[in-house]
Every structure is written in C-alpha cells, then in structure tokens.
Design a protein around this ligand. Structure first.
Ligand code: HEC
Length: 144
C-alpha cells in the first residue's frame, strides 16, 4: 500500500516535469501569433489607419523583442515535427544562423522602441524591424 502511494507520487512528479516543457510547438506558435497581432497593429499605424501613440508603439516593439528573446529556446530536437508546425529542418541544421536571426530581430526591435517618437520615426523603425520577418520565414519556415 505505502509502496504504491510512493510509486504514484513519483509518477505524478514525472508528469509535472514533462508537462512544464511538453508543448514547445504550441508555445512558439502562440508567441508568433502575438508577434503577428502586434505587426498588424503596427502596420495600421504606419498606414495612417490608426493613430500613432507612443505607448502603443513601445508595446509593439516590446512584443517583438520579448518574442525574439524567447523563441530560440522553443526548438528542442524533439519538436521537429507535429502540431502543424511550419518550422523547417534548416532550423536544426543551422542553429547559429537561426539564433542570429532572432538576435537581429531583438536588437532592431529594441532600437526601434527607442527611436520611434513620432509617426515618421515609427514608420522608419517599423519598416526596418519587419524586414526580419520575411527574411527568416523564407529560410526557416516551410510553406504549407
Ligand atoms: C528568426 C526567425 C523568425 C523571425 C525573425 C520571425 N519569425 Fe515568425 N515564425 C518563425 C518560425 C520558425 C515560425 C513557425 C513556428 C512553428 O510553426 O513551429 C514562425 C511563425 C510565424 C507565424 C505563424 C504562427 C502560427 O502558427 O499561427 C506568424 C504570424 C509569424 N511567424 C509572424 C512573424 C512576424 C510578424 C515577424 C516579424 C516581426 C516574424 N514572424 C519574425 C520564425 C521567425
């Protein structure tokens, strides 16, 4: 009896540990969805469809920078397939290049957040930062 309780407790712990890092694909897709939403907000401002607000601009660049910081940790070897991932094998073949691309996004987003003080400077910074999106997707994402 006591023994089975201990075994069960052990199983429970193992499960918790597994769950904490069980869904990197879902987590990176959620993170990128957040980036996509921020990019849409930014595009609306750049096109003059939404008003420029410094706080909103900062939040957009912060979303990019935080995502870029976190993303490289969400591609363990075990997550090459599954969950409708569009991650390309190239990510694991060229880890250095992939991480450098996120480092560039983070640096551009941080610089953009500091530079964007009005609509004109926002447009310039937003244009620079969003060049990173397609550049990375071209190489490190498969088309479905
Ligand atoms: C250094 C690489 C890299 C950069 C830079 C990057 N992405 Fe991504 N993005 C990815 C990868 C890899 C995926 C696929 C993730 C998966 O499916 O596992 C992705 C997926 C996405 C998705 C789809 C999410 C989903 O599953 O619904 C969106 C939207 C997206 N990115 C938007 C952006 C935008 C906007 C930017 C620029 C601000 C950007 N990304 C910059 C690598 C990048």
């Amino acid at each position: 009896m006591i023994r089975s309780v201990i075994v069960l407790a052990g199983l429970g712990l193992g499960l918790c540990a597994a769950m904490a890092q069980s869904n990197p694909i879902g987590e990176r897709q959620q993170t990128m969805k957040g980036v996509g939403a921020a990019a849409r907000e930014g595009a609306a401002i750049a096109k003059g469809e939404a008003a420029f607000e410094a706080a909103k601009a900062q939040a957009i660049f912060r979303t990019f920078a935080e995502a870029a910081h976190k993303m490289p940790t969400l591609f363990p070897e075990s997550s090459k397939t599954g969950g409708e991932t569009t991650a390309a094998p190239k990510i694991w073949e060229d880890q250095a290049g992939f991480k450098a691309a996120f480092a560039r996004l983070e640096a551009d987003a941080t610089a953009g957040g500091a530079a964007a003080i009005d609509l004109a400077s926002f447009r310039t910074a937003f244009g620079t930062v969003t060049k990173n999106c397609g550049a990375c997707h071209e190489v490190y994402r498969i088309k479905k």
